[in-house]
Design a protein around this ligand. Structure first.
Ligand SMILES: Nc1ncnc2c1ncn2[C@@H]1O[C@H](COP(=O)(O)OP(=O)(O)OP(=O)(O)O)[C@@H](O)[C@H]1O
Ligand SMILES: [Mg+2]
Length: 278
């Protein structure tokens, strides 16, 4: 399924707070012919691109400039290995790719990666061993730069529902709280707005939807991004406003997640300490 019958694939940055369903939805979308999923988190681990481990968060720290550049170079490889583009070059004609979906809550760093790549085409092509015609890469980047072929979809989820979901994971309460705060404040959307024009960013409120329904909405947005109704445009989802009405947001913001020593808050009658591991 090709959204616009383009020569180059459409790049879809699928972002959202951890637990909002990016990988679940990607797993459904990858069943569509010629749609390709790029799981950025797995790529980072595979290529050892993280710089240190943050034990408190049980997470890995990345240098977003470095990862963005590596990820973009990988995407160039994926695209150019997949089709014969230019009349005077011979790329392996594997399956054509119509859509590449980047599954990551920091999918936005791809855009910085493109900028980094442009800083020195020759050096980057050599370093990443890209056997591609320079003019084809420039053409691709120009298209991306014009934002013609890049869109972002941010999956959003009501904070209490997300909290339940994250608690089922091996996350400690510190990490759960931090992620809930990020969701309430719309951090993934905010990060995306910094690098991509808001008219190319779409948000889906997944709270009451099945995975299949969300995948259908993503498909529709990807294929018809230029005619999407206001419903999916940025700014419609505002958890803070909703929680402000009944004062519940305080529950998530009266604890300073920056201060691990004092982390302790209440959920019903249960006190969660910072060293909870579940
Ligand atoms: N719409 C949904 N309905 C029911 N369960 C869902 C839905 N979306 C996601 N889940 C469940 O929530 C959990 C987290 O989903 P998933 O791993 O896809 O999130 P993610 O956004 O990829 O998270 P991360 O950023 O940590 O990789 C999974 O157990 C998944 O089955
Ligand atoms: Mg995931």
């Amino acid at each position: 399924m090709n959204p616009k019958n383009n020569l180059f694939p459409k790049l879809v940055l699928l972002s959202g707070t951890p637990g909002t369903g990016k990988t679940s939805i990607s797993n459904i979308l990858k069943g569509i012919d010629n749609w390709y999923i790029f799981p950025l988190g797995e790529f980072i681990i595979e290529k050892n691109l993280y710089i240190e481990k943050d034990d408190a968060r049980n997470t890995k720290i990345i240098d977003s400039d470095v990862v963005g550049l590596h990820a973009f170079a990988e995407i160039v490889k994926i695209i150019f290995n997949s089709r014969k583009l230019s009349l005077n070059t011979n790329y392996n004609a594997l399956d054509n790719i119509d859509v590449i979906i980047v599954d990551s809550h920091y999918a936005d760093i791809l855009i910085d990666g493109i900028a980094r790549f442009k800083e020195n085409y020759e050096k980057n092509m050599k370093n990443f061993d890209l056997n591609v015609d320079l003019k084809d890469i420039k053409h691709l980047i120009r298209k991306f730069k014009d934002n013609e072929s890049i869109i972002a979809i941010i999956l959003r989820c009501e904070p209490y529902k997300l909290q339940k979901r994250l608690r089922k994971r091996e996350y400690n309460e510190y990490k759960v709280l931090e992620n809930i705060q990020a969701e309430i404040l719309g951090e993934s959307t905010q990060n995306m707005i910094e690098v991509l024009n808001a008219k190319h960013i779409f948000e889906i409120n997944t709270t009451t939807l099945s995975k299949k329904e969300i995948a259908e909405k993503c498909k529709m947005i990807i294929c018809e991004s230029d005619k999407i109704q206001n419903h999916y445009k940025v700014g419609k989802i505002d958890w803070l406003a909703e929680m402000g009405k009944n004062g519940t947001y305080e529950k998530f913001f009266n604890t300073d997640v920056g201060n691990m020593e004092e982390l302790e808050f209440f959920e019903g009658n249960v006190i969660h300490k910072r060293n909870d591991n579940k």
